[in-house]
Design a protein. Structure first.
Length: 428
């Protein structure tokens, strides 16, 4: 039963969109299991350039069915926009897109609360994407969320929505001094969503089990990254779901034995959007150069991403949590011409050398990187498709990262296009 997960192995934005698009050629089903439209995948293929936030990047391969599992949170306005855009540009969705009836809906009050909570935190703000993710998952955990299935029964929805909205309006107005939302307006949005989106809601869990039982290939598309995981990341500077491998089981209703491959996607350096500890951050012209060369600006919010050297301490921790069977290394070409290239192999914490990730944020913020230096390379790696054509310096950098990550680097991405990829060993 071959399910393969593609997971962000750092702080998100590792280039999973391209990897999933590349691997989807071998897949029958592509499934998202966590997060919502806080994610942003840029996919470039023969049909053009697409920025997807919710719909899995596998949608561009005609043989695939794309699904969004119960562990994800769905903003119906975003979903409608993506559905409309893809259909307008000729991507067929009928019978190819299914959203779990159990997935929670991001409501307008979640988006409002996300922004109000962030501004109330002042300098300790998390730097969320402002898409309502945290409040939607909070409502899920406190059992006052609304799910896709609720949109299919509008008569039962209205009295529930009334109670839920009154509660949220009390928080919006009394705690944050914001403007209350009107029941009629929110309900009429629900009616519009139900009319347009009902054909896409269904039993994702059943579909996945049926497909796995037939021996089909299911690709589990991660969002965000291991270090943004609610439990395993740099809490509280994390997202509100579990982008690690356990989240794939919970978020799709599958069990661990059904997952045969865990593919970790690492960038050849690190980036992070939003606040929180980032020991290898480069607040200098080297960081600035990488940011501009690689266009490191958030696909969802356009914010400049913080940039730093590869952090092997964080990488090893990520391998420990996710158990990668394969690694994809992206954006190697960005480091063409950099001398030296640094790799963080340990932290110095209060005068001591540590090689694992501290659990406390205050401790993590005090960690200073201990670097080893790599000489770099001059000949470009950009667009190289054959491993033997990589310059010697790039090959030894990749080998060193592989040793430090503790899992085989099977694919190397050397550019944004589908074909700008080196397959060292097929992963599916
Ligand atoms: P939220 O998920 O919008 O609540 O944001 C929480 C934290 O996760 C913030 O630091 C965001 O910048 C970060 N984050 C959320 N989604 C992504 C992503 O897809 N890529 C990178 N960072 C993300």
């Amino acid at each position: 039963m071959p399910a393969h997960a593609v997971l962000g192995a750092q702080w998100g934005d590792e280039g999973k969109g391209k990897v999933v698009d590349f691997l989807s050629g071998h897949a029958d089903v592509v499934a998202r299991f966590s997060g919502g439209n806080n994610a942003g995948h840029t996919v470039m293929n023969e049909q053009g350039k697409f920025a997807l936030h919710l719909i899995p990047s596998g949608i561009f391969w005609p043989q695939t069915v794309s699904v969004i599992g119960n562990g994800a949170v769905v903003d119906p306005d975003t979903l409608l926009r993506e559905v409309t855009d893809l259909e307008r540009r000729g991507v067929e969705l009928k019978g190819r897109l299914l959203i779990s009836e159990r997935a929670h809906i991001i409501m307008p009050y979640h988006i409002m609360l996300d922004r109000l909570q962030e501004s109330a935190k002042g300098s300790r703000a998390i730097g969320t994407t402002g898409r309502g993710i945290g409040p939607a998952y909070s409502d899920k955990a406190s059992r006052s969320g609304l799910r896709a299935a609720d949109l299919l029964d509008l008569r039962a929805l209205k009295p529930r929505l009334k109670v839920i909205l009154e509660h949220n309006n009390t928080i919006i107005t009394r705690v944050y001094g914001g403007e209350p939302l009107s029941l009629d307006e929110v309900y009429s949005k629900c009616v519009t969503w139900a009319n347009r989106l009902a054909p896409f809601f269904g039993r994702v869990e059943r579909l996945i089990h049926e497909r796995l039982a037939k021996g089909q290939v299911v690709l589990l598309e991660g969002a965000q990254g291991a270090l943004l995981d609610l439990d395993h990341g740099t809490y509280p500077f994390v997202t509100s779901s579990n982008p690690t491998i356990g989240g794939a089981c919970v978020g799709l209703g599958i069990h661990p034995k059904q997952i045969t491959g865990v593919i970790g996607v690492f960038k050849a350096y690190c980036t992070r959007v939003g606040s929180g500890p980032f020991p290898t951050e480069l607040k200098n012209e080297v960081g600035e150069r990488i940011r501009h060369l690689a266009q490191e600006f958030g696909a969802t919010t356009g914010r400049p991403r913080r940039v730093g050297w590869f952090d092997a301490v964080a990488a090893r921790y990520s391998t420990q949590v996710n158990g990668y069977t394969s690694v994809v290394l992206t954006r190697l070409d960005v480091l063409d011409g950099f001398h030296p290239i640094k790799i963080c192999t340990a932290y110095e914490l209060d005068g001591e050398r540590v090689t694992d990730l501290p659990g406390g944020t205050a401790e993590f913020e005090r960690c200073r990187p201990v670097y080893e230096e790599h000489p770099g390379w001059d000949k470009p790696t950009a667009s190289v498709t054959n491993h033997k054509d990589l310059p010697e310096g790039a090959r030894s950098y990749v080998e060193r990262l592989q040793e430090l990550i503790g899992a085989p680097i099977d694919i190397i991405s050397t550019g944004p296009k589908r074909h700008e990829t080196i397959t060292v060993r097929p992963v599916i």
